[in-house]
Design a protein around this ligand. Structure first.
Ligand code: BES
Ligand code: ZN
Length: 876
C-alpha cells in the first residue's frame, strides 16, 4: 500500500443522479455458504440527462450470475466492469434490470453487507455495504420502495425479517420457508436490512398520540430472553419523548430491534428493523452497570430518533453525514437530559468532547463537521461529525431561541420529508424561521479545529460598568492553514461576593442576569452596565454554550468562588476542572503550587461537607480531568509522567480529606438495588468514585471495603466499581477478585468483556505477558469486535506503562495486532489504530518509537480503511 495515494471522493464533484430507481424487488435464497440474490431494479432516466447516459451500479466482492435488461441478457458491449462495479450504457429511458449474484456470508469477516453472527445471518449496509449484497446505485440520494422475499431453511432460520411490514409467509418444499416484506417508505440502500435466525421475540405495544398501534419487538438469542425489559422500556420512553419534545410520531405498524454479537458499531437505524450490538440491548442488574443501562437507553433512543432525523429526511451524500448524526446525537442528548440524567448529562458530554473530539480536532485526522473530501467514508464516523456536529445544533438553538428552533425543526421535517438533503438546507431553514443571518454560522461546518477564545474584563466602579474584551483564534489544521472568525454564542453571568447572580444590562438591552454574547469578529468588546457592585467572578461559557477552549485568565480565588457558588452545574464543575488542571500542570513543571493546592483542598472539603451538593455532581467535582484531556494541555507530553502526576495530585489533595470522603461515600448495602433513577445511580457513582479514591490514597480499610463491596454486591455497578478500584493495586486482592470474576462470568460474553478490559488496562507489572494471555484466552475471538476492542482499547487508553513503554514494545505489539485485524475487519482496525496516530504530541523518545511503528505498518499491505488513517497520520 506504500505509495498508493488512495483516490479521493470530493464534495465539489457531487452530481445529482442520472437515473432514478422507481422500485426494487429483492429475492434472497439464504445460506451461509452461498446466498443467491436476485434483484429487479426499475430505473428511469432523470430529467435533463442525455438519452443513453450510463447507469452506475456499485458492486463489491460479488459473483455475477446473470444480468438482464427488460428480460433479455445485457449486451456485452453495453456493460463495463471496473473497481466500483458495473456501468450500463445504451439503456432505454425506463428499464427493468435483473441482476443475479452469489455471495458468501460465512466468509464475510468485515461485517459489512450480509454476514454471519452466531447462528444468524444479518446485514450492515451503512455506509456502503449494500454493494456487497448486490449491484445497485448504492448512494444515499437514490430512494426507492423495496419488496423483499427471503427464503431459508425453516429449522435453522425460523425467523425471517426485513424492513417494513410482513405481507406474506409460508412453507416451501424441502424444509424451507419464506417471508415477503414490503416497506412503504422510499429509502436509500444504506437503510436496507434483513435478519434470518433462530431468535426469540420479546414484544410489547405502543400507541402513538394519533392512535396508531405499534408492535414493538426485540429479537435476541433464546438464552437472553430475560434481559430485554430495559431495552423495551427505553424504546417506549424514547417514542413518547419524540412525540412530546419534538412532535415526531412513528410511522409503521411494527418496530423491530435485533441484537447480534458481532457488530462493528453500536447500532444501526435500518427502517423499522434496527440492528444492535448486543451490548446495547441486553441488561440485567447482575450483568450491566448503571452506565450500561444509561448507554442502552441512549443508543435505543438515538436509533429510534433517526426514524425522522435520518430516515424520513436523509443525507444527499456522505459529506452530509452530520445532518443526520449530529442532529440525532443532539436529540438523544436532550432525551437523556430530560428523562434520565438531568444536569449530570451535560458534564458527561463535555467531558467526552474534551477527551476525544478536541484531540481529534488538534491532530492529524482533524476535519470539518462537513468534510469536503474522503478516501474511505467509514473513517468519517467521528467524534467531530457526531459530537461537534451536535454542538453546532445546540449553538443554533442558543442563537435563535428554543421556540424558534422547535419551529425550525418542524419546518425542516415537513419540507424535506422523503428527500435527501444537506446541512446547508438545515441551516437555511433555521435562518428562515428566525429571520437571522446565519451566513457566518455556516463556517462551523466547513472549518476544522477548536477555536481558542481569550477573555479579559475590567470593572469601572464609578460607572458601574464591566468591560469584556474577547478574542478568538482557531489554530491551523491539516489542509486548512488560515482560519476565519466564527459565530460563537458565549453564555455568561456574573456572581457577586455573596454568591448571588448580579443584574446588569448588556449594551442598551434590558436588565438581566444572564446574557449570550455573540462573537463574530476576531476581537470584540462588550459592556455590561448598571452594576451595583463589582462581580466576584464571571461565569463564562455557561452550559458549555460553544465548543471552544476558553482562557479567561481567571485567578485561583475567582475560580474557587465559582466552585462554591455558581448556579450553573457545568460552569461550577468546569471551574473545579480548571483548578485541578492547573495543579497537574504545575506539578509537571516539578513545582507544586502550594497556594493553589491549599485552595483546592479547602474547596473540596467544603463540597464534601455541603449536603446540598447532589451525589452525582459531587462525583464529577471530585474527579480530575482525564488523562487524555491533560495530555492536550502540553505540546509534547510523557504519558507516564502525566499519569503519575495525576495520581500525585489526587493524593496531595485528598489525603487530608479521608474522613470527609468516608462520610460521603454512602452505604453499599443501601445503594445496592435495581433502581435506575438519577438519584440511585448518582449515589452509586459517588460511592464507587470515593472507594477508588480511597484505594488510591492507600486509606486504611479501603481494600477491605473494596473486597466486601465486591463479594456482597448484588448489582454489577457495585461489583464492577469495587473491581475497578483495585485494578491498579499491587495487593494480591486484585488478582484474587479478577480470577473470581472471570470464573463467575466465563460464559457471559458481555460481562467477560469487562474482565478483558480490566486485565488489558491495568498497569500492574507484567502487562505484555497479560496481553499475550488475553489473546490466547479460550474466550478471545478475532471475529468479535467487542472482544477485540475490550483488549486493545484499554491497553492503549489506560495501560500507559506498557503501551507507552519507552523502548516502543507496546507500539510495535499493537501495530502487529492491528495489521492482523485489518486482514479480517478493516473498519474496526482503522478505528482501533487511532491512538497510534498521536505520535507528534509525545515526548521525543516515544514520538520516535510510535512513528517508527506506524511507518512499519504503512509498509504493509493494508485495507483502504486502515491505509487512509495511517497515511493521514504520517503526512508531513
Ligand atoms: N448510523 C449509525 C451506525 C453506523 C455508523 C453504521 C457507521 C455504519 C457506519 C448509528 O445511528 C450510530 O450513530 N450509532 C452509534 C451509536 C450512537 C448512540 C451514537 C454507534 O454505532 O456508535
Ligand atoms: Zn446515528
Amino acid at each position: 500500500m506504500k505509495d498508493a495515494a488512495p483516490s479521493m471522493v470530493l464534495l465539489s464533484e457531487y452530481r445529482a443522479p442520472d437515473w432514478h430507481v422507481d422500485h426494487l424487488d429483492l429475492c434472497f435464497e439464504l445460506d451461509p455458504v452461498a446466498t443467491r440474490v436476485e434483484s429487479r431494479i426499475r430505473v428511469r432516466r432523470a430529467v435533463g440527462t442525455e438519452p443513453g447516459v450510463a447507469l452506475r451500479l456499485h458492486g463489491q466482492a460479488l459473483e455475477l450470475l446473470r444480468l438482464e435488461v427488460d428480460g433479455s441478457p445485457a449486451e456485452a458491449d453495453a456493460v463495463t466492469a471496473d473497481d466500483e462495479g458495473l456501468l450500463l450504457t445504451g439503456l432505454p429511458d425506463t428499464a427493468e434490470i435483473t441482476v443475479e449474484t452469489r455471495i458468501r456470508p460465512d466468509a464475510n469477516t468485515a461485517l459489512e453487507g450480509l454476514y454471519v453472527s452466531g447462528g444468524s445471518l444479518c446485514t450492515q449496509c451503512e455506509a456502503e455495504g449494500f454493494r456487497r449484497i448486490t449491484y445497485f446505485p448504492d448512494r444515499p440520494d437514490i430512494l426507492t420502495r423495496y419488496r423483499v422475499r427471503l427464503e431459508a431453511d425453516a429449522a435453522r432460520y425460523p425467523v425471517l425479517l426485513a424492513n417494513g411490514n410482513r405481507v406474506e409467509a409460508g412453507a416451501l418444499p424441502g424444509g424451507r420457508h419464506y417471508a415477503v416484506w414490503e416497506d412503504p417508505f422510499p429509502k436509500p440502500s444504506y437503510l436496507f436490512a434483513l435478519v434470518a435466525g433462530d431468535l426469540t421475540c420479546v414484544s410489547d405495544r405502543f400507541t402513538t398520540r394519533s392512535g396508531r398501534e405499534v408492535a414493538l419487538e426485540v429479537y435476541v438469542e433464546h438464552h437472553n430472553r430475560e434481559r430485554c425489559d430495559h431495552a423495551l422500556a427505553s424504546l417506549k420512553r424514547a417514542m413518547r419523548y419524540d412525540e412530546d419534545a419534538f412532535g415526531r410520531e412513528y410511522d409503521l405498524d411494527v418496530y423491530m430491534i435485533v441484537a447480534v454479537d458481532a457488530f462493528n458499531m453500536g447500532a444501526m437505524e435500518n427502517k423499522g428493523l434496527n440492528l444492535f450490538n448486543a451490548k446495547y440491548v441486553l441488561a440485567s442488574p447482575d450483568t450491566a452497570t448503571d452506565d450500561d443501562y444509561v448507554q442502552i437507553e441512549s443508543v435505543i433512543a438515538h436509533e429510534y430518533f433517526h426514524n425522522w432525523s435520518g430516515n424520513r429526511v436523509t443525507c444527499r451524500d456522505w459529506f452530509q453525514l452530520s445532518l443526520k448524526e449530529g442532529l440525532t446525537v443532539f436529540r438523544d442528548q436532550e432525551f437523556t437530559t430530560d428523562c434520565t440524567l438531568f444536569g449530570a448529562k451535560r458534564i458527561d458530554d463535555v467531558q467526552r468532547l474534551r477527551a476525544f473530539q478536541f484531540p481529534e480536532d488538534a491532530g492529524p485526522l482533524a476535519h470539518p463537521v462537513r468534510p469536503d473530501r474522503y478516501a474511505e467514508i467509514n473513517n468519517f464516523y467521528t467524534m467531530t461529525v457526531y459530537e461537534k456536529g451536535a454542538e453546532l445544533i445546540r449553538m443554533l438553538r442558543t442563537l435563535i431561541g428554543r421556540e424558534t428552533f422547535r419551529r425550525g425543526l418542524d419546518t425542516y421535517f415537513e419540507r424535506f420529508d422523503g428527500q435527501a438533503v444537506t446541512t446547508d438546507d438545515f441551516v437555511a431553514v433555521m435562518a428562515e424561521v428566525s429571520g437571522r443571518d446565519l451566513g457566518l454560522f455556516r463556517r462551523w461546518y466547513t472549518q476544522a479545529g477548536t477555536p481558542r477564545v481569550t477573555a479579559c474584563s475590567t470593572f469601572d466602579a464609578s460607572a458601574g460598568r464591566l468591560r469584556l474584551q474577547l478574542e478568538q483564534r482557531t489554530p491551523p489544521t491539516p489542509g486548512q492553514d488560515t482560519k476565519e472568525p466564527l459565530h460563537i454564542p458565549l453564555k455568561i453571568s456574573l456572581v457577586g461576593a455573596d454568591g448571588d447572580r448580579l443584574e446588569a444590562r448588556l449594551g442598551d438591552g434590558p436588565e438581566a442576569q444572564e446574557w449570550v454574547l455573540e462573537l463574530t469578529d476576531a476581537e470584540q468588546v462588550f459592556e455590561l452596565q448598571g452594576l451595583a457592585e463589582a462581580p466576584a467572578a464571571i461565569s463564562w461559557l455557561r452550559g458549555f454554550s460553544a465548543p471552544v477552549l476558553l482562557d479567561a485568565g481567571q485567578d485561583t480565588a475567582e475560580l474557587a468562588h465559582l466552585v462554591a457558588h455558581d448556579d450553573d452545574a457545568f460552569t461550577r464543575w468546569d471551574a473545579a476542572q480548571s483548578l485541578l488542571r492547573r495543579a497537574v500542570i504545575a506539578r509537571v513543571g516539578e513545582a507544586p503550587d502550594g497556594t493553589l493546592e491549599a485552595t483546592l483542598i479547602r474547596a473540596m472539603a467544603a463540597l464534601l461537607e455541603d449536603s446540598r451538593v447532589e451525589p452525582v455532581l459531587l462525583a464529577s467535582l471530585l474527579e480530575l480531568p482525564a488523562h487524555r484531556e491533560l495530555m492536550e494541555s502540553f505540546e509534547h507530553a510523557d504519558p507516564v509522567v502525566i499519569f503519575e502526576v495525576r495520581e500525585a495530585v489526587k493524593k496531595a489533595l485528598f489525603a487530608s480529606l479521608e474522613p470527609a470522603l468516608s462520610r460521603r461515600q454512602g452505604d453499599p448495602g443501601a445503594l445496592d438495588n435495581d433502581a435506575f433513577t438519577a438519584e440511585a445511580m448518582g449515589g452509586r457513582r459517588l460511592l464507587n468514585r470515593i472507594l477508588a479514591l480511597r484505594v488510591t490514597l492507600g486509606a486504611r480499610g479501603a481494600l477491605e471495603d473494596a473486597e466486601t463491596q465486591y463479594r456482597e454486591a448484588r448489582s454489577q455497578t457495585l461489583r464492577m466499581g469495587a473491581l475497578a478500584a483495585v485494578n491498579e493495586s499491587p495487593d494480591a486482592l486484585r488478582a484474587e477478585l479478577l480470577a473470581d470474576f472471570e470464573g463467575r462470568y466465563r460464559d457471559d460474553p458481555l460481562v467477560l468483556d469487562k474482565w478483558f478490559a480490566l486485565e488489558a488496562g491495568s498497569q500492574v507489572p507484567g502487562g505484555f505477558e497479560r496481553l499475550e494471555r488475553l489473546l490466547e484466552h479460550p474466550g478471545f475471538r478475532w471475529s468479535n469486535p467487542n472482544r477485540v476492542r475490550a483488549v486493545l482499547g484499554p491497553f492503549m487508553a489506560a495501560n500507559h506503562r506498557h503501551f507507552h513503554h519507552p523502548d516502543g514494545e507496546g507500539y510495535r505489539r499493537i501495530a502487529a495486532l492491528i495489521e492482523h485485524l485489518d486482514g479480517l475487519n478493516p473498519q474496526t482496525a482503522a478505528r482501533l489504530v487511532q491512538p497510534l496516530t498521536r505520535w507528534r504530541r509525545l515526548d521525543p523518545g516515544r514520538s520516535t518509537e510510535m512513528h517508527a511503528a506506524l511507518e512499519q505498518l504503512a509498509g504493509k499491505r493494508l485495507s483502504r480503511d486502515l491505509a487512509d488513517v495511517v497515511q493521514r497520520a504520517l503526512a508531513p
